[in-house]
Design a protein around this ligand. Structure first.
Ligand code: ADP
Length: 492
């Protein structure tokens, strides 16, 4: 059922797109509220009128009947119905309210009926019985359109001061006149209601346009923003649209930062990739320019050219590694890893470089550590840290790699006795292509991407990396990664 509704909704979503219009909804809400309240008011007026008319009429008849009941007793009518005065009064009253009057004695026998059809008959209706028990009963029969009043005829006071019920006066009056008035009133109220509704629907159309105009302005203004550089201020009328404008401006700001960094990155990449090629070209041109250059010179130049090609290759590999990691956690290949083994093999691999640079490489494993890691990426990240320690060191110098863990995290610390990082550069060293000393980094074979790759890897593993440094004395890089990998919330 729900699936059926959902597929129906999906199918007709585009077709009935207009139903999602804010303007249409405002129009519908105002129109419906107007029609509904118009109808309620109309019914209220008509019903109120009917109720008050019936009440007035009932009160009128009751008052007349009450005075007549007194006259009946005064003239002894309950015992003898020949009194002309009373008979005249009864017919007068029944004419006044266009109804029927029946006088009933204590035996529930009709002794007088203005319609002359029930005289002598017995009436044992509920209202008559209740009236004979000294109760005034009024009733409005909506279906047959008449009001009925039954009240007791109370005799004179006896020696004990008590008045006995001598009979019942039963009056019924038609409400046709009231109904005619109601029909007229209803017709007028309906006309008025229709008029008001039409005015309100027109107003709803106008209002829905006016109320949604700020959104149209906003849409137009946002559409006119052509680039992130565009600082045009967007005006807004409502608090809500102002909040949208604020959110848009914040987004614009963020996109600008992203766009700037993208442009920087593209500029850097082109520059970095062009540098080795330019060197190769210079070397090749100068070789071409030398006629009959000795083989040694050729060999020398060719070695330099190979070095530049290796460098180009390194930059491209690092860039590819970063791009692959930009895909997010889906690019990770997490498996249970013996971290001691992983670090140890990395340290071993870098041994020759350390020896070449006269750097003492110390490996200190505090305990056995097993963690969920992407072995290849983590090994590259750790290798970058140790390699930097070796590259940016003094000769002789040392690099110490310490692995430890608690019940939740593995901790890796790579410290060195090297040149250190100036305070103003610390915040930037993880940026792509950022280098404290370009020429030195180039000399030692850096691409400027190593720390960016390391940081990205650690973050993908939901860990953190910190650096402390005293310029001239060395650096300490501290890495903390959860032992158990918790994937992102989307389950990727
Ligand atoms: P590179 O390939 O140039 O080494 P990285 O991203 O690995 O690039 O490092 C960025 C910069 O941070 C380096 O150029 C260097 O200036 C500085 N740096 C990194 N590690 C160290 C370190 N252990 N000691 C001193 N400076 C370092």
């Amino acid at each position: 059922m729900i699936d059926g509704l959902r597929s129906f909704y999906q199918k007709y979503k585009k077709k009935f797109k207009f139903l999602r219009s804010f303007r249409l909804r405002i129009f519908l809400i105002i129109s419906l509220v107007s029609v509904f309240s118009g109808e309620v008011i109309r019914r209220g007026i008509v019903e109120g009128f009917e109720e008050s008319s019936v009440n007035n009429r009932t009160n009128e008849i009751t008052a007349l009947m009450r005075s007549m009941a007194d006259h009946l007793v005064t003239y002894g009518y309950m015992q003898d119905t020949s009194s002309d005065v009373i008979n005249a009064e009864i017919s007068l009253f029944s004419n006044i309210f266009d109804g029927r009057i029946q006088v009933i004695n204590t035996d529930f026998r009709v002794i007088k009926d203005t319609y002359e059809i029930s005289v002598g008959k017995t009436i044992i209706g509920d209202e008559v019985i209740r009236a004979s028990r000294n109760e005034t009963v009024t009733d409005y029969n909506e279906e047959l359109h008449f009001i009925e009043v039954a009240l007791p005829v109370m005799g004179s006071m006896d020696e004990n001061g008590v008045r006995q019920v001598e009979g019942v006066l039963l009056a019924s009056a038609s409400t046709v006149l009231i109904l005619q008035d109601i029909t007229i009133l209803e017709r007028r109220a309906l006309l008025l209601e229709m008029l008001v509704c039409m005015i309100m629907i027109g107003l709803a159309m106008l209002l829905s346009g006016v109320l949604t105009r700020p959104f149209d302005h906003l849409k137009k203004a946002i559409g006119e923003v052509v680039s992130f550089e565009d600082e045009t201020q967007i005006e807004s009328d409502y608090l809500e649209t102002e909040e949208i404008v604020d959110a848009f401006n914040r987004l614009r700001q963020r996109m600008k930062v992203l766009d700037d960094s993208r442009q920087d990155f593209v500029r850097n990449v082109s520059h970095e990739l062009k540098t080795p090629i330019a060197s190769v070209k210079v070397l090749a041109d100068s070789l071409n320019g030398q006629e009959d250059a000795p083989v040694e010179v050729y060999r020398d130049f060719m070695q330099d050219i190979t070095k530049e090609i290796d460098r180009e290759n390194d930059i491209i590999s690092d860039l590819l590694a970063l791009v692959r990691m930009d895909k997010g956690e889906s690019g990770l290949n997490i498996e249970r890893t013996d971290v001691n083994e992983l670090v140890e093999s990395t340290v071993k691999r870098l041994g020759p470089l350390a020896r070449k640079n006269e750097v003492d490489l110390i490996w200190d494993s505090r305990r056995e550590v097993e963690a969920d890691n992407d072995k290849v990426k983590m090994s590259l990240a750790i290798s970058n840290l140790i390699e930097n320690g070796i590259k940016y060191n003094k000769h002789p110098g040392w690099v110490k790699v310490v692995l430890d863990a608690d019940h939740q995290f593995m901790m890796l610390e790579v410290s060195d006795s090297g040149i250190g990082i100036p305070e103003e550069d610390i915040d930037h060293i993880f940026e792509r292509f950022y280098r404290v000393d370009k020429s030195h980094s180039r000399e030692v074979g850096g691409t400027g991407l190593g720390l960016a790759i390391t940081r990205k890897t650690i973050l993908l593993h939901r860990g953190s990396i910190r650096v402390n440094s005293v310029p001239g004395e060395g650096c300490v890089f501290s890495v903390k990664v959860p032992l158990v990998h918790i994937g992102d919330r989307t389950g990727k």
